[in-house]
Design a protein around this ligand. Structure first.
Ligand code: ADP
Ligand code: MN
Ligand code: MN
Ligand code: MN
Length: 346
């Protein structure tokens, strides 16, 4: 038997943005534990804005498990928060609202800033570094500094060790800003892995005295880019049947539900979705082929394949909850009939 360090990780009840929380329990297993071997656990919800002091127990239900490369015999356990009965999802549990769909695929592009001493890593004490231009996908000390790349590489290795399906990394447009992409098949997989990747990034940078700033416009109304988390999505129907008629019906549904989408696409998004810096204005909905100024970008490949494939919703921001985002996208998709003719005939 081996003693494993199980880090149970969950989202707290803070609004508008939940924080990641985690605590360790030690348990013995013959070999690396599988999900169904991991017991329910509990925590004090009155300390995480998830319960009143008088009846404060919340339940942690393991939903995904990953090897923890930073700890000997370490296990990362992503959890949903449940009510004391262990079966009713807590109201903060956005994961529980995601429709089951094994054929749904998501790819999230997470942008973020490294922050130190209240400003982006590499910014001078006062004022600004030379303007944006050379930093995006840049190389060299004056472009990316002396430690950011080391952290990004360490983070990538931790994620790959955990089995997280990273697809790539790049330095972004603003100084101190970076991106990574995660892709997953199944309606919850990419979102689970995104939250775990965020956890690993925040934990990793503790030892560097650096924070991760997920706010979508940390430098306010300046010429410095904000951060997004573009959500690329497809369903089995979109990939294999699709068609122009279905696509147009889908876009109508997205337009009708614009308020519901913006509500879960991350706070302060009006600061970022201005119609400038490759964004559409927050109060408008549009789509366009290869259009990075649209709400939804339609890849060339989608049109070339007869309106089949994936679409990119460019509105979700860096601080958005990927569970809530995936949930809303699948809800809107579910409102559009996949056999148009039948519904017209009826
Ligand atoms: P860009 O920055 O040009 O938008 P990226 O390469 O950063 O492009 O992101 C594209 C994303 O699209 C990736 O995360 C990828 O996993 C995702 N993706 C590709 N094919 C599909 C698909 N069929 N369904 C959902 N997402 C997809
Ligand atoms: Mn990208
Ligand atoms: Mn980007
Ligand atoms: Mn993108």
């Amino acid at each position: 038997m081996t003693k494993y360090k199980l880090e149970y990780i969950w989202l707290d009840g803070y609004k508008p943005v939940p924080n990641l929380r985690g605590k360790t329990q030690i348990k013995e297993f013959e070999s690396f534990p599988t999900l169904d071997q991991l017991p329910l656990w509990g925590f004090d919800g009155s300390s995480t804005q998830q319960a009143e002091g008088r009846s404060s127990d919340c339940v942690l239900k393991p939903v995904a498990v990953f090897p923890d490369g930073a700890r000997t015999n370490g296990v990362l356990v992503m959890c949903e928060v449940m009510m004391p009965d262990g079966v009713t999802p807590h109201e903060s549990n956005t994961r529980a609202t995601i429709l089951d769909d094994a054929g749904a695929w998501f790819g999230f592009e997470q942008e973020y800033f490294f922050y130190k001493d209240g400003r982006p890593l590499g910014f001078p004490d006062k004022g600004y570094p030379p303007p944006q231009g050379p930093y995006y996908t840049g190389v060299g000390f004056s472009n990316v500094g002396d430690v950011a790349r080391q952290i990004v590489e360490e983070h990538l290795d931790l994620c790959l060790h955990a089995g997280i399906n990273h697809e790539g990394i790049n330095a972004e447009v603003a100084k101190g800003q970076w991106e990574f992409q995660i892709f997953g098949k199944g309606s919850r997989k990419a979102a689970d892995e995104m939250w775990m990747a965020r956890y690993l990034l925040q934990r990793l940078t503790e030892k560097y005295g650096i924070d991760i700033e997920f706010h979508c416009k940390p430098l306010g109304a300046t010429d410095w880019n904000g951060s997004g988390m573009h959500a690329n999505f497809s369903t089995e129907f979109m990939r294999t049947v699709g068609g122009k008629e279905y696509f147009e019906a889908l876009m109508k549904a997205f337009e009708k539900n614009v308020t519901d989408h913006i509500a879960v696409y991350g706070p302060d998004n009006h600061m970022r979705l201005t119609g400038h810096h490759e964004t559409q204005a927050i109060d408008k909905f549009s789509y366009g082929i290869a259009d990075r100024g649209a709400s939804i970008r339609v890849p060339h490949s989608f049109v070339n394949n007869g309106y089949k494939g994936y679409l990119e919703d460019r509105r979700p921001n860096s601080q958005g909850d990927p569970y809530a985002i995936a949930s809303q996208i699948l809800k809107t998709i579910s409102e559009v009939p996949t056999s148009g003719k039948a519904s017209v005939a009826a």
